[in-house]
Design a protein around this ligand. Structure first.
Ligand code: TYC
Length: 102
């Protein structure tokens, strides 16, 4: 008796679970907002330690911008807006923006 290859149809399907796209929150440098204020905003809105906030602030100050963290779009937009508003409330041009991660 000759052997036949057993060919099983693959009928199993696997649900595709896509991860939500993440968005970067970016801090932009400006010439007017005091460094200490930037640090306070980073600590308040992004729950950073003083050291981490200082590092992020100084990076933005020296390079023009610094990626702060990634979140889902809603959270990134809300935090960027909240942080920008804090600066605005004191008359500072402090600005946070968001962009999608590649
Ligand atoms: N460049 C500002 C100054 O010299 C400080 C500053 C740092 C402002 C980072 C914004 O994202 C910023 N007072």
């Amino acid at each position: 008796m000759s052997q036949q290859p057993v060919v099983k149809p693959r009928t199993k399907t696997r649900a595709k679970v896509e991860r939500p796209k993440l968005w970067k929150v970016i801090l932009l440098n400006d010439d007017y907002t005091p460094r200490e204020f930037v640090v306070l905003v980073l600590m308040a809105v992004f729950r950073m330690t003083a050291d981490h906030a200082y590092g992020v602030m100084i990076t933005a100050h020296q390079r023009g911008a610094c990626v702060i963290a990634v979140f889902t779009k809603d959270v990134a937009d809300t935090k960027a807006k909240e942080a920008t508003e804090l600066g605005k409330s004191k008359g500072y041009p402090l600005f946070f923006t968001t962009e999608p991660e590649e």
